[in-house]
Design a protein around this ligand. Structure first.
Ligand code: MN
Length: 725
């Protein structure tokens, strides 16, 4: 294990201004927190974060990344907390450690393929800081290097498969070829031991056949280029077992046919030299048509640049050649990490280094959406883009993927329908916010629930997802059904009381069979909705007295109409109050009755009870169907406001409108709508919709308006347009 001073020295060697004190404190903190915890290898646990930090020094990462590597398992595996780390090491490092922890929590539940796909997207999506990804990849690399210490085969297999499915392609995706190849080979050795052994065997055969050809060819290339005035560093290598295996799979090549296993890198001074070198090789060797690729003029999405070609080498063997500059080589090996490490040396990396790694990553992802070449992303074309989704967490770290644009309320419904229904507020990343707040990647959402809470219609404006919408609609329908049942119950009770008949459930049950309803709730709901009259229920309940009752009932109803005061003492009138007002009992359109006004209800099929002012002329239309009339009264006094309307004629002068609105506001009335009907030089006619408590409140408001110097006439409207009323 690397010692404390060795690690710090390494960082200082490439970053002279590194914060040594912070690195030392992180090292000590990690060793103390992990205490005597052990790895499967028997090593002290803290050797792992130290090794991970060591891997990152190879990439020349900054102090914050190295400290994050040292601390990366403390939140998950020790009693360390985000708050403590933030206090000691600052927000930047705490956020990064938190990011790595979130990713680690996901591993636990990433057993199936769909989850793996989600996870891979999440890794990119949550990379608000690309260094988090780098730490996570280094973490995985060290875990893979020490995988053989884990005794449970199943666990080893799972980790190796996950590495092949997620981490290796991800490393490739952000351009870190060295990481990717090592991860692949370590995983390959676990997942497919026989396959790997066969390939390794064949490779050593080939190597024996060709003797020291690998170096011989490298020397020949180098000499040839030198003769042509090109200074080049040529490096030959055998391909990795896993990449050979993948090629065999993709192209159905047998082990015997396997020959194309050598690759050469030609590193030259500048871009012009790349093309010159290519020209020299193509003039001196035959090359394989269709294998030439110019990734210099058209870099890969991950920033990779090189010229690729395959030539028939000295021993009639195909060899792949990659030609690039030193900078291109650096980026090819380290990918995004190279950009990060060299961000201060912009003159060396003018094109890419000026872009922040995150933007660069995002940009790359956006380009991916438009599809790269098939070859370029052969190995991980399955990665769909996640532009249409955001990934959020429950406080326990469960990952929920929801469509972009979705709100915290959508999230609540995504977790569970009941949680959605009872949502009264949310905390997003610890902050209390409205539940219509749109969510971002990586948000952690805590749903605050209320016991009495029920969805209401306005919620439909605050959700995006079909699931939430359907659940809210369903709840509203159920709620509405309950209201209609309760309304129906009151209508039946009132009528039975007027007829001095008891309306207990036994009596009502008799009506069920006669009227063909399967349950009392169904029957009462039908009454509430106006599909069945309370009178029919009465008749069906008392068949013997039927005829006589009907006559008496009709008479009784007639006597009630227009005389609401007669019944108010007995409580036999339907109360129009909070629960019913505007929902199952609706005021007829164009009418504005207020508490204090006499009202009457008309049972209207499909709508329930529709309320009119008791002296509305429109009621004459229902004279012939008196059984539909429902005596009504206003409910108990409450703070509820009711819709009403006033008509004003005002002086047409600057400021009139503000006087009017101020007057209304002074009376604690809400303006819900204001429209100008008619305008001339001197006056304008206005219709103002206001919410008031009752008739008296309205009368006070009207007289105040009449007293205003800018108003020549003010009038309350009860009957909509028909002023004759
Ligand atoms: Mn770890």
């Amino acid at each position: 294990m690397m010692r404390q001073y060795e690690l710090v020295d390494r960082v200082v060697s490439y970053d002279p201004v590194a914060n040594e004190d912070l690195l030392n404190r992180a090292y000590v903190y990690a060793t103390q927190k992990h205490g005597d915890q052990k790895r499967a290898s028997g090593d002290p646990y803290y050797s792992h974060p130290v090794e991970v930090a060591g891997i990152l020094t190879d990439l020349h990462l900054d102090t914050a990344s190295i400290a994050t590597a040292l601390l990366h398992d403390t939140i998950e595996d020790t009693d360390a907390t985000f708050g403590e780390i933030e206090k000691i090491f600052g927000k930047e490092i705490a956020d990064m450690v938190n990011g790595v922890t979130k990713m680690s929590l996901l591993e636990l539940s990433s057993a199936d393929a769909a989850q793996a796909e989600n996870f891979r997207k999440l890794l990119l999506a949550t990379a608000s800081d690309v260094r988090i990804l780098l730490v996570k990849l280094a973490d995985r690399l060290h875990n893979m290097r020490t995988l053989h210490f884990i005794s449970a085969e199943k666990k080893r297999q799972r980790i190796a498969q996950e590495t092949l499915d997620i981490y290796a392609p991800l490393a490739g995706r952000i351009g870190m070829q060295n990481f990717r190849e090592e991860l692949e080979d370590l995983a390959f050795a676990e997942v497919n031991v026989e396959g790997r052994d066969l390939i390794v065997e064949r490779l050593s055969e080939l190597k024996q056949d060709s003797g020291d050809m690998l170096e011989a060819i490298a020397y020949e290339f180098s000499a040839l280029l030198g003769e042509n005035g090109i200074k080049a560093h040529v490096h030959g290598r055998q391909k990795r077992p896993f990449s050979i295996w993948r090629k065999m799979q993709n192209k159905s090549i047998s082990l015997e046919q396997l020959s194309d296993v050598f690759g050469y890198r030609v590193v030259v001074a500048d871009e012009a030299a790349c093309y010159q070198a290519l020209g020299v090789l193509h003039r001196n060797f035959s090359y394989v048509p269709g294998r030439y690729k110019d990734y210099i003029s058209t870099p890969k999405r991950n920033g990779y640049q090189s010229l690729h070609t395959t030539i028939i080498g000295p021993n009639q063997q195909r060899v792949e050649v990659q030609i690039r500059t030193e900078q291109m080589h650096e980026i090819a090996e380290k990918g995004v990490a190279a950009h990060w490490a060299y961000k201060d040396k912009q003159e060396d990396y003018p094109d890419i280094a000026k872009i922040e790694p995150f933007n660069w990553l995002q940009d790359m992802v956006a380009q991916l959406k438009n599809g790269g070449t098939a070859e370029e992303f052969l190995e991980n074309t399955k990665l769909e883009l996640f532009n249409d989704q955001v990934f959020c967490f429950t406080p326990k770290g469960r990952l929920i993927a929801i469509p972009r644009g979705a709100t915290a309320l959508d999230f609540a419904y995504a977790v569970h329908t009941e949680i959605g229904h009872s949502c009264i507020g949310v905390r997003i990343n610890g902050l209390k916010l409205p539940f219509r707040t749109m969510l971002k990647n990586g948000d952690e959402i805590e749903i605050i629930r209320g016991e009495e809470q029920l969805p209401n219609e306005s919620w439909l404006n605050h959700v995006q997802t079909g699931k939430a919408r359907a659940a809210i609609r369903h709840a509203l329908r159920e709620h509405e059904a309950a209201d209609f049942i309760s309304l129906g119950r009151q209508m039946v009770d009132n009528l039975f009381a007027a007829e001095a008949v008891e309306s207990d459930d036994n009596v009502l049950d008799r009506a069920l069979g006669v009227l063909s309803y399967s349950s009392l709730d169904d029957l009462l709901e039908a009454v509430g909705r106006g599909a069945l009259s309370a009178a029919d229920v009465l008749m069906a309940s008392l068949p013997k007295k039927g005829r006589r009752k009907r006559d008496r009932f009709a008479g009784a109803m007639r006597s009630l109409i227009g005389r609401p005061d007669k019944l108010s003492d007995n409580g036999q009138m339907l109360p129009l109050n909070g629960a019913f007002y505007g929902t199952v009992v609706k005021v007829a359109e164009g009418f504005f009755p207020l508490p204090g006004d006499e009202i009457v209800g008309i049972v209207t099929p499909g709508q329930g009870v529709v309320v009119y002012p008791a002296n509305a002329r429109e009621l004459a239309a229902f004279d012939d169907s008196r059984e539909r009339w429902v005596p009504m009264q206003w409910g108990e006094e409450s703070n509820q406001l009711f819709a009403s309307r006033v008509h004003l004629t005002a002086v047409n002068r600057t400021g009139s409108l503000s006087v009017i609105t101020q007057t209304i506001a002074d009376f604690d009335a809400n303006i819900t709508n204001l429209s100008m009907i008619h305008l001339n030089e001197d006056f304008c006619d206005l219709t103002v919709d206001v919410e008031v408590r009752d008739k008296e409140h309205m009368e006070q408001l009207v007289s105040a308006l009449q007293g205003s110097r800018v108003i020549s006439e003010a009038k309350r409207i009860i009957f909509g347009g028909s002023e004759e009323n």
